[in-house]
Design a protein. Structure first.
Length: 96
């Protein structure tokens, strides 16, 4: 699924990710929602979901959010859900 579909299917995760104060909190949140992020996807996902208002402390948009607005992240974002027999599906996020 693409970024828009992921956000529409996981609004609670997206909302809670905005409240994460650091990468540790984001990691715990992702684990709680069964979301797996590879080392190459973690930094991009953290910047995409956890930057306040999609920017930095100066109120400027992050590179990821600018790219997203231009369609770049949506084009490279991919989330796939798998049922591995646990209580909930596991979602793997990658950036191609």
């Amino acid at each position: 699924m693409d970024l828009q579909e992921f956000k529409s299917k996981n609004p609670e995760f997206v909302k809670k990710a905005r409240e994460c104060k650091d990468t540790f909190e984001f990691t715990k949140l992702a684990e709680a929602y069964g979301i797996k992020l590879g080392a190459d996807a973690f930094d991009k996902a953290y910047a995409l979901f956890c930057q306040p208002d999609g920017g930095n402390a100066n109120g400027e948009l992050s590179d990821e959010m600018l790219e997203n607005a231009a369609g770049g992240v949506s084009a490279t974002f991919n989330a796939e859900s798998f049922g591995f027999g646990g209580p909930k599906d596991t979602t793997i996020i990658s950036f191609n």
